[in-house]
Ligand binder design. Structure first.
Ligand code: MCA
Ligand code: AMP
Length: 504
């Protein structure tokens, strides 16, 4: 596939065929048409490029609640050739501090409530501009666009120009910025539109957060590049989603969305009768959930598999067999292989490391050439850190992760980050953080702590409180266990599998 031009140009080319058609509906405000979006993004792009003087390739770090204004800001960055750097709104001060220091943005946009804290961090890291945007789309960013002319020539860019940088944590060390190019995003969106058969007749119910690849890229790009309409929910609320399903044709979510929908007695065939497809990803969807959903609604959820660094890699087909427990077939532009410990490609049905290559795969981590080199093979395959096999029909099955990662409600938690907070507490010798099965979040963050001999503090509440004060709330352990020592193998490595057996 030959990819050229900016993602915004592609979206504009699709949408400008019918500029007055509604492309986004929301409960509390007027629907948005493409001409509304065109005008708003022109103003925002002009503000950032002309008034603030940002240049193509400059980063714009954004920590704001999901709103239509936050979507417009993302589109305006694409339009102006700026690199959008979203932050999870749950991030604490230390996480924001690290990210601003590492991304070196020219502009930070935050909620007005966080303005003073973010301004101090911006001063610390010499970030020239801080603007605010609240959940209603108000704030100093928006105010400044008033009176700005609503025209802006979209910045032309090569397909390998950076479009967004999303931070992803690591087994060791601090979070890394995965740089996605316009070409990566376009290639992946076009594959998904074709595999999921999106058309302008679709209506996508969007209840995902906007700061991760799932909600920002997968959902928004499929709709914006196919001409489908978005029904916009600020966050996932099972009851509100059930209320809007009869008006939608496509729904996307993490497995927790599906278990929460199943927990509501109103979910049935009648309510979902006009739906074309339900899609799940970001975390393993249990075959049990897939089967219960099929029994209750008649819909076979389409499970797909992706990563921040690669976008989506595989999906079960819309036409053809959808296998529960499998993440489906490689997408048209993605090659996927399973390799053994010696790096050799393994035959069908054998379990090994999953590697991918293709137009969807990012080219590297921001300012981390060594880490980038480590994660790619010499012939350009990206080492996903996932473990799986390919069955005789070509379907990919994930069976585990080589990386020490917990996925809780679709959010990734790297144990090291939580352990570092616990280990610095007075009275703590060391800790091990593991994921254990959880009915709502899939996996729950669980801490196993060794206290100093004779120490009675911190207790479980003390550990939980300390983590809550330091990092994002979804990383806080749901339970804490105290032991006199951690199980170790002969190499001295903590045997987390034994801890998972004991506390899972
Ligand atoms: C909220 N809480 C959580 C989580 N979310 N705890 C563990 N794991 C979570 N995911 C806790 C909060 O800390 C809080 O605890 C309490 O639950 C209530 O918080 P609230 O925000 O009201 O929760 P919620 O609205 O019920 O959120 C649950 C959620 C949300 C809707 C499942 O986590 C969510 O939207 N997840 C989607 C994540 C996602 O988009 N992932 C895609 C990543 P306390 O009261 O104690 O403070 S992209 C990706 O992975 C790749 C590319 C891919 O393949 O898609
Ligand atoms: P992230 O890099 O934060 O976007 O998380 C990507 C990781 O989520 C992948 O490497 C997988 O471990 C996991 N993941 C995504 N989709 C699925 C899925 N359908 N089944 C199992 N794991 C998944």
């Amino acid at each position: 596939m030959v990819i050229s031009g900016s993602l915004f140009e592609r979206i504009a080319a699709r949408q400008s065929r019918d500029p007055h058609r509604v492309i986004l509906e929301r409960a509390d405000a007027h629907p948005l048409t493409w001409s509304d979006m065109e005008e708003a993004t022109a103003r925002l792009s002009r503000l950032m490029s002309v008034t603030l003087g940002l240049k193509p390739g400059d980063r714009v770090a954004v920590r704001v609640e999901k709103s239509t204004a936050s979507l417009l800001l993302y589109l305006a960055c694409l339009r102006a050739g700026l690199v959008y750097v979203p932050m999870n709104t749950a991030y604490g001060r230390d996480e924001v501090d690290y990210l601003i220091g590492n991304a070196a943005p020219e502009l930070v946009v935050c909620d007005p409530a966080a303005r003073n804290e973010v301004r101090d961090l911006a001063i610390k890291h010499s970030t020239p501009h801080v603007r605010t945007l609240n959940a209603d789309g108000k704030g100093s960013l928006w105010d400044a666009t008033e009176g700005t002319p609503a025209n802006f020539p979209t910045v032309a860019c090569a397909s390998d120009a950076p479009a967004a940088m999303l931070y992803t944590s690591g087994t060791t060390g601090r979070p890394k910025g995965a740089v996605l190019s316009h070409g990566n995003l376009i290639a992946n969106a076009e594959d998904l539109i074709s595999v999921w058969k999106f058309t302008a007749d679709d209506v996508l119910l969007h209840a995902l957060p906007l700061f991760h690849a799932h909600g920002l890229f997968v959902a928004c790009h499929c709709a914006l590049l196919s001409g489908a309409r978005l029904i916009w929910h600020p966050r996932f609320d099972a009851s509100l989603v059930l209320g809007d399903l009869p008006r939608a044709t496509v729904f996307m979510g993490v497995p927790t969305f599906y278990t929460r929908l199943l927990a509501d007695a109103r979910l049935d065939r009648a309510l979902t009768g006009d739906m074309r497809v339900f899609i799940s990803g970001s975390a393993p969807l249990l075959a049990e959930t897939w089967n219960s959903f099929a029994t209750r609604t008649g819909h076979r959820i389409v499970e797909r598999y992706g990563m921040t660094e690669t976008g989506m890699n595989t999906s079960n087909p819309v036409d053809g067999a959808r296998k529960p427990g499998s993440v489906g077939l490689p997408l048209p532009s993605t090659e996927l292989r399973i390799v053994g410990e010696d790096g050799g490609v393994l035959p069908t049905d054998q379990i090994g490391d999953v590697q991918v290559r293709g137009a969807n795969v990012f080219s590297g981590y921001w300012r981390m050439p060594d880490k980038t080199a480590e994660d790619f093979t010499e012939d350009g395959w990206f080492k996903t850190g996932d473990v799986g096999f390919i069955d005789p029909d070509g379907y990919v099955h994930l069976v585990g992760r080589a990386k020490d990662l917990i996925i809780s409600g679709g959010y990734n938690v790297y144990p090291k980050e939580v352990e570092a907070v616990i280990d610095r507490l007075d009275g703590v010798v060391e800790s091990a953080v593991i994921g254990v099965p959880h009915p709502d979040f899939g996996e729950a963050v669980t801490a196993v702590v060794v206290r100093a001999p004779g120490a009675t503090t911190p207790d479980a509440e003390g550990v939980i409180g300390a983590v809550r004060d330091a990092i994002a709330n979804y990383k806080v352990p749901k339970s804490v266990h105290f032991v006199t020592e951690l199980p170790r193998n002969t190499m001295g490595k903590v045997q987390k599998n034994l801890l998972r057996d004991t506390y899972g």
